[in-house]
Ligand binder design. Structure first.
Ligand code: BGC
Length: 444
């Protein structure tokens, strides 16, 4: 029997857990970055987040009520290995162990991500992702996590959106660790993250486990047919859709000459071999497409951003274009053909300013329309022959949205920041009904 299609929701440790200094967790880059004045909108603190570390059983109950058959969450590296390398914190692993058992008891497949941006601070102090050693530390951590959970969890995601962590965290400085590096040094960070994925994949596969890499993808169009806009779109596509995919599927970096990079710094013999073919599945996080324009003078980048015309926008200002998800899937298939492993939409969702009505109901018709449109794209792509094996809504509960603090609400479940009360929104019931209908027709 083939495995059932995965209908799930996704979350990440730092955005929901809180309990930053409990049970031996070490500090992460986000703990300190979020304390920098101006780093997080209105100075919102991640210290409590959704208090999921204490309320996880209630959150698993919500998953059960939702009827999903998969849950994507992340392990906090600093909970498992508090100083990034060396001693493993058993109590940190206990937390995920209990979570996994509780999910399995309800027929929900756990899909853990090993790195969703919360690098242990001790590693950052030793140079972070600029250092090759960080990749080796990641592989050791992956091995420790797999040794504890691999008897019950067979599908693992190594990294979440390495491009976003690389560029927002190391080029733009708007995410932790808040570094602003020159382009070649940014590419060194990228390489060490890819290497980390490749080495961890080796550890996971040697234990008979399946390995996924999750990237953020965005189909790119030039603002006009001009040569300059077309070149900009090409450059952005290379960065966003190829840098962390081509090496895994083809064993080579794409041409980075538009970025003034002839050779990616830090690549040693054998590195690309460790990376090539290292994914049994690709995770697609899709939110919106991109329109590229020729860069502004002096920007130092080979592209600028235009507007996606005619699309409604979310509270984040992101254009709502469901067809972009279908285009992304087609783009990957067209580009990589038979080398493309099975696909999973590991994140898709939207933020809106949801309001609780006096009766306690939260009507979020825009979110329902957003999700409906995107699910339809996945199903149409499957009909065209795409091997898509899962779809995960971002996210279960409104949570700590990085530099936006608690301002952007992406959840199917509303969280009252003062009381932590969870209230399912209308989209929760909509998704529950969709999952039930799809599961019933798959069983029929
Ligand atoms: C990230 C999530 C984030 C979401 C919405 C994705 O890029 O993986 O952590 O909350 O987008 O911004």
């Amino acid at each position: 029997m083939s495995s059932p299609f995965l209908w799930g929701v996704a979350s990440s440790a730092f955005q929901i857990e809180g309990a930053l200094d409990e049970d031996g967790r070490g500090p992460s880059v986000w703990d300190v970055f979020s304390e920098r004045p101006g780093a997080v909108r209105d100075g919102h603190s991640p210290a409590l987040a959704c208090d999921h570390y204490h309320r996880w059983a209630e959150d698993v109950e919500l998953l059960d009520r939702l009827g999903v058959n998969a849950y994507r969450f992340s392990l906090a590296w600093p909970r498992v290995v508090p100083t990034g390398r060396g001693a493993v914190n058993g109590a940190g692993l206990d937390f995920y162990d209990h979570l996994v058992d509780s999910l399995l008891a309800r027929g929900i497949a756990p899909v853990p991500t090993l790195f969703h941006w919360d690098l242990p601070l001790a590693l950052e102090e030793a140079g972070g992702w600029s250092e090759r050693d960080t990749a080796h530390a990641f592989a050791e951590y992956a091995a420790a996590a797999a040794d504890r959970l691999g008897d019950r969890v067979d599908r693992w995601i190594t990294l979440n959106e390495p491009l976003v962590h690389t560029t927002y965290g190391h080029a733009l400085g708007v995410h932790a660790p808040g570094r602003i590096l020159e382009v070649p040094e940014v590419m060194r960070v990228a390489h060490h993250m890819l290497l980390a994925h490749g080495l961890a994949a080796g550890e996971l596969r040697s234990r008979g486990l399946e390995v996924l890499l999750t990237n953020n993808y965005s189909p790119v169009s030039p603002a006009t047919g001009s040569e300059a806009d077309t070149a900009a779109a090409h450059a952005y596509d290379t960065l966003h859709n190829r840098l962390f995919t081509d090496p895994v599927l083809t064993g080579a970096y794409p041409d980075l000459s538009a970025f003034g990079v002839a050779e990616v710094p830090g690549v040693r013999e054998g590195d690309l071999k460790a990376v090539a073919g290292s994914a049994d599945g690709l995770g697609i996080n899709y939110y919106n497409p991109t329109v590229a324009t020729a860069p502004d003078e002096g920007s130092g980048l080979p592209f600028g951003f235009g507007e996606v015309a005619g699309a409604p926008v979310t509270a984040f200002g992101w254009p709502v274009v469901p067809e972009g998800l279908g285009r992304t899937i087609d783009l990957l298939r067209g580009r990589h053909g038979d080398a493309l492993p099975p696909l999973y939409v590991t994140e898709n969702g939207c933020s809106y300013e949801d309001r609780v009505s006096p009766g306690g109901r939260i009507a979020d018709p825009e979110r329902i329309a957003y999700l409906e449109g995107h699910v339809a794209e996945v199903e149409a792509a499957r009909e065209r022959g795409a091997d898509v094996r899962g779809y995960f809504v971002w996210t279960l509960t409104d949570n700590f949205e990085w530099a936006e603090g608690y301002h952007q609400r992406f959840g199917l479940v509303h969280v009252d920041r003062a009381t932590q009360a969870r209230t399912p929104k209308d989209s929760f019931s909509w998704y529950r009904d969709l999952v039930a209908a799809r599961t019933a027709s798959a069983d029929a």
